[in-house]
Design a protein around this ligand. Structure first.
Ligand SMILES: Nc1ncnc2c1ncn2[C@@H]1O[C@H](COP(=O)(O)OP(=O)(O)OP(=O)(O)O)[C@@H](O)[C@H]1O
Length: 227
């Protein structure tokens, strides 16, 4: 399997007097899940939007397999983004949503035949529970022919059983995809990620041991025994 690389460098983002992101470097290859952690408001969502290309910034260098892109989302086959708030139309059934997003029938069938989704196909997105909807969104994005997925809070509001199923789903697509994932369910992020990056003070810090998350003030000291 060919390995692809996403490289993010020199990201600067500021508003007013505040420099939100000032020293960002990270990379991700297909075959790995990179967990992005950080406190509320540190800039995780902003960074994912900058990488996707939908958020303008003062400076950035986004490359995939060595080629630089200013707006990667405009190029087929590169990236997909799961936004925090979801992205699906609310007023049409899931089966029609699949027709819109997945032109290939075999890909649609994978989603339609999924044991957790098949009974919901005639429902609209707003008729699903939060966990069911998140699972459906992910399942759909995973069928897209893209090399990298940027996932903003895929576990948010999701019950433990679905969290586990989402983790399994991501793992099953590792042969062809790479993932940048952020979520406040840090236990799930720690479980599923091969590498961790903490955003703090506008910079990306590679984390090699979970104790460092306590040292940087992201996790409470009471969690030390879990690491
Ligand atoms: N153009 C802007 N003007 C004012 N504030 C901004 C602007 N862009 C980002 N911010 C602020 O920067 C902070 C970072 O937002 P962002 O959503 O990226 O954080 P986050 O790390 O994803 O937070 P959370 O974990 O709570 O989802 C927020 O406080 C946001 O309001």
């Amino acid at each position: 399997m060919v390995k692809h690389t996403l490289e993010v460098d020199s990201v600067l983002y500021s508003f007013g007097e505040r420099k939100l992101l000032s020293d960002v470097y990270l990379n991700c290859g297909t075959g790995e899940i990179v967990g992005l952690l950080g406190r509320n408001g540190c800039g995780k969502t902003t960074l994912l939007k900058i990488i996707f290309g939908t958020k303008h910034t003062d400076n950035k260098h986004i490359s995939i397999d060595g080629k630089v892109y200013t707006k990667p989302y405009l190029h087929a086959g590169l990236l997909a983004y799961l936004p925090q708030q979801g992205f699906l139309p609310k007023n049409i059934p899931l089966s029609e949503i699949l027709n819109l997003y997945l032109p290939q029938q075999d890909k649609r069938n994978i989603v339609k035949q999924n044991i957790r989704i098949k009974q919901h196909l005639t429902k609209r997105a707003d008729e699903l529970s939060k966990g069911e909807l998140r699972y459906f969104e992910l399942l759909l994005l995973l069928q897209l022919d893209v090399k990298f997925l940027l996932l903003d809070e895929p576990f948010s509001g999701v019950e433990p059983l679905y969290v586990e199923q989402i983790e399994e789903l991501l793992q099953s697509h590792l042969p062809t995809k790479g993932f940048l994932i952020t979520d406040h369910d840090y236990r799930a992020v720690l479980r599923v990620s091969q590498r961790l990056i903490l955003i703090t003070d506008g910079a990306c810090r590679p984390i090699t041991h979970t104790d460092e998350l306590i040292d940087w003030g992201y996790m409470p000291a009471s969690t030390a025994t879990e690491s």
